[in-house]
Design a binder for this molecule. Structure first.
Ligand SMILES: [Zn+2]
Length: 423
């Protein structure tokens, strides 16, 4: 049947004007809505029985809203990541990734195999919209249709999933990376199904270093070896993104060596914080303030939490263990972050070991003299901080592995900023 015949049939069963039906039908078809869906939509408009619950609307990706029930989108498939999950007691393979059109991109989860691959142009009909992390995401289930488009869908996003480590974000799926293994260790963890052997460590490329976990514990992932991982996914672990290898990830040894940058990527604070957390990043900024809870502190011997007035939030009245730390607010003119220094770095900053700090506190009969001394040394100066950045509702913390006064000539610094801008 052609459009005219479909319109004729619809008009006669609905008892409405054929020209109007035909115009509606042509409009829907121009948005690549499958013919059956288009006809259902018109039946519903005229009060006929649609046979389906909600009318999917054809939308641009950028216009898909968390309030939408079901939508139809015409998109390019950017990534397809496979993952095995436990759903209602059953092992099930799902596919996850991103779809894009000219207006933007959106994440999806497909609960069955629709057969599409990265790079394909498709119309996804009747996808359910759900909210994930405040953003809309598409659920492709039993009532979803996927039709191949012959014309490639235009999009600014690249299909395929090849990514530099520095660009990986928690929630990414179906990613391909080429990395060198820097650290690798087999571990046994206790989980739902008893003990499981996994392999974890650190991988790196030219752009960054990231922790990884291989749930398949592949023995070939040895230190110093270079690999291409295809279909890896990224999860947040302790506030930073982590590369995850599943049973579906393919691991291919690389004949070429992967250059590894020993330096952490230096970033603007607002951009680093905006990424939601980073493993091994470097920022440079002015130290605005040494926060309360710095200097000499006491920790709970059971859980390591810092005691408040001798009390652990979890374990109550405990015999605290002495420790030192600094929590310092660093500002680079674009954003702020709290740098957290462990005992070693704090002793360096204080200029003396903890025993001396305790002695000074006893003499003054006030622990605060240690924090005050540190304040005098550091507030208003510029520091380079390297470490792991975690971001949560309470703010951004940079667990420092290196903390150094820059001591740069201001003119050098200006020149460095200028070359960064022009790069
Ligand atoms: Zn405790």
């Amino acid at each position: 049947m052609n459009v005219d015949e479909h319109a004729e049939e619809l008009a006669s069963t609905l008892g409405v004007d054929k020209a109007e039906v035909k115009s509606d039908l042509e409009n829907l078809l121009s948005y690549s809505v499958p013919i059956d869906e288009a006809k259902q939509s018109i039946r519903r408009k005229h009060g006929g029985d649609s046979g389906a619950s909600a009318a999917p609307t054809s939308k641009d990706v950028a216009d898909v809203d968390t309030d939408d029930g079901n939508v139809t989108v015409t998109v390019r498939v950017l990534t397809v990541g496979k993952r095995s999950i436990r759903y209602q007691g059953e092992e099930q393979t799902i596919r996850e990734g991103e779809l894009a059109d000219a207006t933007g991109k959106i994440s999806y989860t497909a609960w069955q195999d629709f057969g599409f691959e990265a790079g394909d142009s498709v119309t996804v009909g009747n996808a359910n919209v759900r909210e994930w992390d405040g953003k809309p995401e598409l659920n492709l289930g039993q009532s979803t249709t996927v039709a191949v488009e012959t014309e490639p869908v235009e999009t600014a996003h690249e299909a395929g999933g090849d990514t530099d480590l520095v660009d990986l974000r928690a929630g990414d799926r179906g990613r391909n990376v080429e990395v060198r293994v820097l650290e690798s260790e087999e571990r046994v963890i206790s989980g739902r199904d008893g003990d499981t052997t996994i392999r974890s460590g650190v991988v790196a490329d030219e752009s960054a270093r990231l922790p990884f976990t291989d749930w398949g514990a592949r023995p070939e992932l040895r230190e110093g070896e270079a690999f291409r991982f295809e279909d890896a996914y990224v999860r947040e672990f302790r506030g930073v993104p982590q590369v995850n290898l599943s049973e579906f990830t393919t691991v291919t040894p690389l004949s070429r060596d992967v250059e590894v940058n020993e330096d952490a990527p230096r970033m603007r604070i607002d951009e680093a914080v905006g990424s939601g957390g980073m493993f091994d990043v470097e920022v440079v900024g002015n130290l605005l303030e040494v926060r309360d809870g710095s200097g000499l502190i006491e920790r709970c011997p059971d859980c390591g939490r810092v005691l408040q007035n001798g009390q652990c939030r979890q374990h109550g009245d405990v015999d605290g263990e002495d420790d030192m730390r600094v929590k310092a607010i660093i500002d680079d003119g674009h954003g702020t972050v709290t740098a957290v220094l462990d005992r070693d770095l704090t002793e360096e900053l204080y200029g003396a070991p903890m025993a001396d700090a305790m002695e000074a506190a006893r003499e003054a009969m006030d622990k605060e003299v240690v924090a005050d001394e540190i304040r005098n040394r550091v507030v208003g100066r510029e520091f380079r901080v390297r470490g792991n950045l975690s971001v949560d509702d309470y703010g951004a913390n940079l667990e420092a592995t290196e903390f150094e006064e820059t001591g740069d000539d201001p003119a050098d610094r200006a020149a460095a900023v200028l070359s960064e801008v022009s790069a």
